[in-house]
Design a protein. Structure first.
Lengths: 450, 439
């Protein structure tokens, strides 16, 4: 890279990556818990993809039954700590809180959940769940992200012997390697991993299924298989200059940041992030917080079409990220390293079949912006090669096709959930999928046993 | 394993949580639903004489944005005929053999009427009877409810009519609207009751709407005192339960009632001697589901404290209750303010200055004021720490080592032995000897 951003002091890094939602003190948690109306058949519970009984866990904080509170949460969601800190609560539980209709601030459900779960881990993970006696059957889980972990946790409580195969050295999937450090740290994700391991789940790391061991072979050693491999590489821009030094993909960059060795992450003085999804926002804010002078997000449509949440957009703007809407990259310029990016201005045409308005190039509007680094964040592709190698598995639009009732794929022995079936949603969706797939597997194996 | 099962005067249930006789226990539908959610027992809504209710029936006190700090009602006993209730009780008991089904009764003060309804109740298969001597309105004017509970002789007489023919345990439910709760409890004991339930509701007027000048609740412009219940009555109920528990004559199992909303409240009643606890207002506010946290919270608490059964917990706090004359006058605590935690609201200062003993100084410092306790003047009353909004900021620190003791009874006894009168001078001398300064 031509111009690297200046290094910051250790304190500055820690400040920049400090939690954006600090924990509640005991008093404020109890006060907030008592503010909860304890609604019946509550909208917040319905809005949560894992359907945590939110009023119940909050009431338990109010009554001082913190262990019971954690139990209520975990019963529904094995990624409870990550979700408490990283869920887009504004559009889920808190967005549904009845206080919004009273024009009073919604209950801070995420922070209350965190209070209960923090307490649970702080008190040394006291035993709340007892696995059923082993039933002699085994399930292989590919991937240790929130989907895989949830599936494994649930299955081992149901009495299955569960082995997780994880390509990475450190498990946890994007909970460990993706979520912005000012939301969660690796340590948070690893606590969740420990909890799942405490149920007897074995995690074999550095095993890339399809390479280290074939899918066929793995499948033969288990009665059923769950696929929770998430998504693959960031999609290429398919423009000239992509091979230049200083062009990186968002997932790799973010993974470097997640190592929490801030001063060894390479970041340019001037950074252009391509795309305007939540991952783009993360890449942009993280660049800024690592010390980049100028960070911009280039998006070929307008703010309206942007898939990033409003609160993420606000966060990036507050970090000083500059948004260039209706701007498409044409070419990355540079000798061996990035020196600039050539863009064209766009306008929006008629809505396409999905209702999204198509961006149209405005002829002659080309312009060049000097940059030192380009981060590709226009989406992630599916791991199609691996998926297509599995007999019977159907992949449509990069998503594994499953029966929505039990998460079974076209191969009756194989189940799937998480980003690999939904194309990339949230942790909470993956956690729900994994749990429900476990029950799908249980149903399937009980049926075959008859 | 934690065992939450209890036996309250021969009435057994898998946990101590019962519905109180009130709207939540009005019907088979409700009681069965409650059992499904985990309630250990129910006291069926009082059945007996023909009645008709009015609207509105309830008034409530909200406190700083929280609804129902207290609830009052002018509702009567069950407004459904005896036959229907008895049939539903029998059905409920059949479906739920392991839960306690207690039937609350109230009929006119005639021996035959009581004999009749008691026999019909036994025929349902119910586990026990509760005698409602508590309703403070509507029924008392007809010579029932608190009209009975307030006169120990009536209480004894009617209880005897019941116990002389009952083959199932009989609990007597007391009204708190008396000057000494122990008296009706002793009357129940004398009449061979199996246990005491308390408290029923407290006479109250909930308030007045300042726009319409109507008293709450208002029945087409008329109102009356109603029975007060809910969180606000808990301290009164706890006291009355402890009084009955400690009485040397009564010595009966207790079913504690009054302001119980969660497991912590329930536990306090148990620590003061209750075998079972009953809940009404909290269920009226939130529904039967609250019992789940009650069971779980109590279980986790027992696990944490190393208890296995409620027998080990029951009455554990009672021995602390003593006469004022036996308190150590030389026990000395003072308030200490943790300056690092102080948020400079100065509420402790003004409370002490205007409302207590002027022992906190307000000292200007860096643009705000610092509050400092003058320990030599602090009487250790605790008001400052009670008003302090910050957790752990003001603590009461013990200064005496507990070795020296002088109670009021001992002191006045000393005076007597030394031939001294109880005068301010003599008391002052004692205070001086121990460095106690009252200004
Ligand atoms: C940058 C970024 C930020 C995000 N921020 C948030 C956020 O703030 N809040 C939120 O709710 N969601 C967020 N998400 C989305 C969320 O992380 C995902 O939806 C979720 O992690 C998906 O879980 P998963 O289990 O399906 O897959 P992943 O978490 O991706 O886990 C898949 C696992 O499978 C392993 N694997 C893959 N292939 C193989 C193989 N062949 N053999 C063995 N192991 C394999 C991988 O190494 C990985 O550990 C973010 C996503 C990204 C990319
Ligand atoms: C609306 C209402 C109706 C009640 N009806 C009866 C009754 O029929 N019989 C009875 O013994 N107590 C009755 N009570 C009193 C309750 O059983 C209980 O003693 C009292 O409400 C205190 O408990 P709580 O604070 O949990 O509400 C009633 C209370 C309320 C609020």
């Amino acid at each position: 890279m031509n111009n690297l951003a200046a290094k910051l002091s250790p304190e500055q890094y820690e400040n920049n990556f400090a939690e954006i939602h600090p924990p509640f003190s005991h008093n404020s948690a109890v006060a907030e818990a008592n503010r909860c109306l304890y609604c019946y058949d509550s909208p917040c519970t319905k809005a949560c993809p894992t359907h945590i009984d939110i009023p119940a866990f909050i009431k338990k904080i109010a009554s001082g039954n913190l262990l019971g509170s954690a139990k209520t949460i975990l019963e529904s969601n094995w990624s409870a700590l990550t979700c408490a800190k990283a869920c887009p609560v504004q559009v889920l539980c808190e967005g549904a809180c009845v206080y919004n209709d009273k024009e009073e601030p919604a209950i801070q459900i995420g922070r209350l959940q965190r209070f209960a779960i923090d307490n649970y881990f702080k008190s040394g993970m006291p035993k709340l769940f007892s696995p059923k006696e082993k039933n002699g059957k085994s399930v292989g889980v590919i991937g240790s992200g929130p989907a895989g972990l949830a599936c494994a946790a649930e299955l081992s409580l149901l009495g299955y012997k569960v082995t997780i195969y994880e390509a990475n050295k450190i498990p946890g999937g994007l909970n460990t390697w993706g979520i912005a450090p000012y939301k969660t740290r690796q340590a948070d994700s690893l606590k969740e991993v420990e909890l799942v391991k405490s149920f007897g789940v074995e995690i074999k790391t550095e095993i890339l299924v399809g390479k280290t061991i074939s899918f066929e072979k793995l499948s033969k050693t288990h009665d059923a298989v769950f696929i929770g491999i998430g998504l693959g590489e960031s999609t290429n821009l398919k423009i000239p200059g992509e091979e230049l030094n200083g062009v990186v993909n968002a997932i790799d960059f973010i993974e470097e940041v997640k190592k929490e060795k801030w001063d060894s992450v390479k970041v340019g003085k001037r950074v252009a992030v391509i795309g305007a999804g939540n991952t783009s926002i993360d890449a942009a804010t993280e660049s800024k917080r690592l010390g980049a002078d100028e960070v911009m997000i280039l998006y070929r449509r307008s703010r309206e079409e942007m898939s990033a949440y409003d609160f993420e957009f606000e966060l990036a703007k507050n970090d000083g990220v500059i948004f260039h809407f209706l701007t498409a990259p044409k070419r990355i310029i540079g000798n061996s390293s990035v020196e600039g990016i050539e863009c064209t201005k766009m306008k929006l045409g008629e809505p396409d079949e999905k209702g999204k308005r198509k961006p149209i190039e405005i002829p002659g509007s080309e312009f060049v912006m000097p940059v030192d680094m380009v981060i590709k964040a226009i989406g992630q592709s599916a791991k199609t090669k691996f998926l297509n190698s599995i007999t019977g598995l159907q992949v449509e639009n990069g998503r594994v096709v499953v029966n929505p009732d039990n998460y079974q794929t076209g191969n009756e022995k194989v189940f799937a959930g998480g980003d690999c079936i939904n194309g990339g949603k949230e942790v909470v969706n993956a956690a729900y999928d994994g749990k429900m797939a476990a029950h799908g597997i249980d149903g399937y194996l009980n049926k075959t046993a008859l | 394993m934690i065992d939450l099962s209890i036996d309250c005067g021969g009435i057994k249930s898998p946990n101590p949580f019962w519905l109180a006789s009130a709207p939540p226990s009005n019907s088979a539908y409700q009681n069965c639903k409650a059992f499904e959610q985990g309630w250990g027992g129910t006291v069926w809504k009082t059945i007996g004489e023909p009645v008709m209710n009015v609207c509105n029936r309830y008034g409530s006190i909200d406190y700083n944005g929280q609804k129902i700090a207290g609830l009052n009602n002018i509702e009567l006993i069950s407004d459904r005929p005896i036959e229907i209730n008895m049939k539903e009780i029998a059905e409920t008991k059949k479906l739920w053999p392991d839960r306690a089904v207690v039937v609350s009764l109230m009929v006119e003060s005639k021996k035959e009427s009581w004999h009749d309804i008691v026999k019909r109740t036994i025929d349902t298969g119910a586990d026990g009877i509760e005698l409602n001597y508590g309703c403070p309105h509507g029924m008392s004017e007809r010579g029932m409810g608190s009209a009975v509970g307030q006169v120990p002789e009536y209480c004894k007489m009617i209880t005897e009519w019941v116990t002389e023919i009952s083959t199932i345990p009989v609990l007597v439910k007391l009204t708190p609207n008396v000057s000494n709760i122990v008296m009706p409890a002793r009357a129940a004991k004398a009449a061979k009751a199996s246990g005491i339930s308390l408290i029923n509701t407290i006479n109250s007027i909930m308030g007045i709407d300042l726009n319409t000048l109507k008293i709450k609740p208002s029945v087409a412009g008329k109102s009356s005192h109603g029975g007060f219940a809910g969180p606000a009555v808990k301290p009164i109920a706890l006291h009355m339960v402890s009084q009955v528990a400690l009485d040397k004559e009564v010595k009966l199992p207790i079913s504690g009632i009054g302001g119980i909303s969660n497991w912590q409240d329930a536990l306090e009643f148990i620590l003061l001697g209750a075998s079972s606890v009953q809940v009404c207002t909290a269920v009226m506010h939130y529904g039967f589901r609250i019992v789940k946290d009650m069971i779980e919270g109590l279980t986790f608490w027992m696990e944490e404290k190393g208890f296995h059964s409620l027998d080990e917990v029951r009455g554990k706090a009672l021995p602390q209750i003593d006469d004022f004359g036996n308190f150590n006058l030389l026990h000395k605590t003072v308030a200490r303010i943790d300056q690092a935690k102080c948020i400079h609201c100065n509420l402790c200062y003004i409370a002490c200055e205007d409302g207590a003993h002027q022992c906190i100084d307000l000292i200007p410092e860096n643009g705000h004021t610092k509050t400092i306790v003058r320990e030599s003047d602090c009487v250790g009353c605790d008001l400052c720490s009670i008003v302090c909004p910050v957790e752990g900021c003001i603590s009461m620190v013990r200064l005496d080592d507990g070795k020296e003791q002088k109670t009021w009874n001992e002191l006045t006894n000393d005076f007597k032995n030394e031939g001294k009168e109880l005068t301010w001078e003599n008391l002052g001398e004692f205070q001086k000897k121990y460095g106690i300064v009252i200004h």
